[in-house]
Design a protein around this ligand. Structure first.
Ligand code: GRF
Length: 195
C-alpha cells in the first residue's frame, strides 16, 4: 500500500510541485491532495496542471470546523507536508498526525524562525544580520511556529553580494534537492517492519 501524502501550501507551491514530480512514478508514495488557505495561491494552478485534487479553505474553517480533518480522513492521508504554509496547524490535526507532519523552513533554525519569519522576510533578516551561512531546516510540526524537533538541515554560503532574490534561489535549490529525499527516507523508516 502506498503512503498517501497531503501537501499544505499558501503561496507559489514550487516545493509542492517538486515533491509531486519526485514521487510521480513511486510505488511507495502518492500525493493525494493539495490544500491551501489562499484563494490566489500559485499552487492552485500547479495542482490543476498536475492533475492533483486541490482544496481551498478559509482560516475559520481550518480552526472552527472539521472540514479539513474529515477530508484528510476521507482521502486516507497518512502523512502531512507543509511547504510554504503560513498558518499555525490546529492541535487536533497535530494530534492525528503525530510524528507524521513536517514543515520546511528556509533558514537554519532555531535562528530566523518563529512568528513573522516567513518567505523573503527570512532572507532579508539573514542578510541584515551579516551571517555568512544560511540554509534549510526540515522539522516536526508543533503548535508553535518553527519549534518542532529538527529532522534535517543543509547549509549554503551567504555572500556579501547576495540579494534577497539570489539567496532565495540558493535556498530553493537546497529545498528541491533535499525535501523529497528526506520525506522518502522518513516514510520508509516509518513503514519498515518493527522488530
Ligand atoms: C520555501 O522557501 C519554504 O521553505 C518556505 O516558503 C517557501 C515556499 O516556496 N516555508 P514555494 O511556495 O514552495 O515556492
Amino acid at each position: 500500500m502506498r503512503t498517501r501524502l497531503a501537501i499544505f501550501a499558501s503561496g507559489s507551491g514550487s516545493n509542492a510541485e517538486n515533491i509531486i514530480s519526485y514521487f510521480r512514478d513511486s510505488q511507495e508514495v502518492s500525493i493525494s491532495l493539495i490544500l491551501t488557505n489562499n484563494p490566489s495561491a500559485g499552487v492552485i494552478e500547479r495542482a490543476d496542471r498536475l492533475g492533483i485534487e486541490c482544496c481551498v479553505f478559509s482560516k475559520e474553517e481550518f480552526y472552527s470546523s472539521k472540514r479539513i480533518q474529515n477530508l484528510l480522513k476521507e482521502r486516507e492521508v497518512d502523512f502531512v507536508v507543509l511547504a510554504g504554509f503560513l498558518l499555525l496547524v490546529p492541535p487536533s490535526l497535530i494530534q492525528t498526525y503525530k510524528g507524521k507532519i513536517i514543515n520546511i523552513h528556509p533558514a537554519l533554525l532555531p535562528a530566523f524562525g518563529g512568528k513573522g519569519f516567513y518567505g523573503d522576510r527570512v532572507h532579508a533578516a539573514v542578510l541584515e544580520s551579516g551571517q555568512s551561512m544560511s540554509g534549510i531546516s526540515i522539522h516536526h510540526v508543533t503548535e508553535k511556529f518553527d519549534e518542532g524537533g529538527i529532522i534535517f538541515q543543509a547549509a549554503c554560503h551567504v555572500d556579501r553580494k547576495d540579494s534577497i532574490k539570489s539567496l532565495a534561489l540558493k535556498i530553493h535549490a537546497l529545498e528541491y534537492k533535499f525535501f523529497p529525499v528526506v520525506l522518502e527516507k522518513m516514510i520508509s523508516v516509518q513503514n519498515a517492519p518493527h522488530e
